[in-house]
Design a protein around this ligand. Structure first.
Ligand code: DON
Length: 308
């Protein structure tokens, strides 16, 4: 069985490899524009601790919106269902940084995975603490999940995010005008920008996602991190919202919950089975890794993994 999955990883990697270099590297955050579109990594983490990798699986990349999944889990753990007073759980059908729905929907973002929703989620996670304390909590969480204490924020990306963060500032101030946020805009954004700038590689990210595949329990440490029903619900949100206006296409092609980031990473969860991280910086229009999505489609097909 394990050999079979190792073969599926190798096959998915080989099938996607010819597409390497296609897609557009994100350049609206200048520090991300330096990424090499020819990089491509794949890692599959299994609950017994096995990790199968291919390509640049040990090369760190910027987590970007993939981080939203971890802050969602932490916010749900901290404030429970009260989170849903600040953010909805419906697909937006809009771009990740869109502001339009906020105006007619009372400043309440559609879901925690679009930028506005992730900013509102980080606001709830702060829960009257300092921004630094919350960033440390997020870092400690991903370090513990990945079993690697060296995971850190890329300071250049963090500064670049903030310097070019006009759109996110607009979203945050707009929400603040409706009373959605409980903390000052700059405090909330200082968490959000830094969570996006966490650098991880595919091997670390795949391991870090395992708790979502295993009912909220980290199979590597044995800790029950969040309640099983919350893990199920995070997966449901990833399936419906993880790729913004491309979420339907991703569900159609891959059939597993996933979350993309403009750094080119995708975290994909196979409930009960494992966690997959892919990375290749060339993006589709919706900000999903083009080669990464192709690889995941081939992997899911070869392994026969689907939630449907
Ligand atoms: O806030 C932003 O625009 C970026 N830090 C993250 C956006 C992102 O990754 C969108 N996902 N595909």
């Amino acid at each position: 069985m394990k050999d079979h999955l190792a073969r599926c990883v190798a096959e998915a990697y080989a099938q996607a490899l010819p597409h390497r270099g296609s897609g557009r590297v994100a350049d609206y955050i200048p520090a991300l524009a330096k990424a090499d579109p020819n990089r491509f990594g794949f890692a599959l983490a299994l609950p017994d601790g096995t990790v199968h990798t291919a390509g640049d699986a040990d090369e760190p990349f910027s987590l970007q919106s993939v981080s939203k999944v971890f802050t969602l889990a932490l916010a749900l753990r901290r404030v429970g269902s009260a989170l849903w007073g600040s953010v909805g759980r419906e697909p937006s059908g809009s771009a990740f940084n869109s502001i339009v729905q906020l105006e007619s929907e009372g400043g309440l973002p559609r879901n925690p995975l679009i930028n506005a929703g992730a900013i509102a989620t980080s606001d709830r996670l702060i829960d009257a603490r300092s921004a630094d304390a919350v960033v440390n909590e997020i870092l400690d969480f991903v370090r513990a999940r990945a079993g690697d204490a060296s995971i850190a924020i890329d300071p250049e990306v963090a500064v670049s995010e903030s310097e070019t963060g006009a759109r996110n500032r607009a979203l945050a101030h707009f929400m603040a005008s409706f009373g959605t946020l409980r903390h000052p805009v700059e405090t909330v954004l200082s968490v959000y920008f830094r969570q996006c700038a966490i650098a991880m590689n595919c091997r670390q990210l795949a391991r870090a996602g395992l708790f979502l595949a295993m009912g909220g329990r980290d199979p590597l440490t044995g800790e029950q991190l969040i309640e099983p029903h919350r893990a199920r619900r995070i997966n449901a949100i990833m399936m419906l919202c993880g790729h913004y206006d491309n979420s339907g296409e991703f569900a159609f092609r891959v059939g597993l919950p996933g979350k993309s980031g403009v750094g080119g990473g995708i975290l994909c969860i196979a409930p009960g089975q494992g966690s997959i991280a892919v990375w290749s910086p060339g993006l589709t229009e919706a900000g999903t890794s083009l080669v990464g999505a192709i690889a995941l489609e081939h992997f899911a097909c070869a392994a026969g993994w689907s939630v449907f």
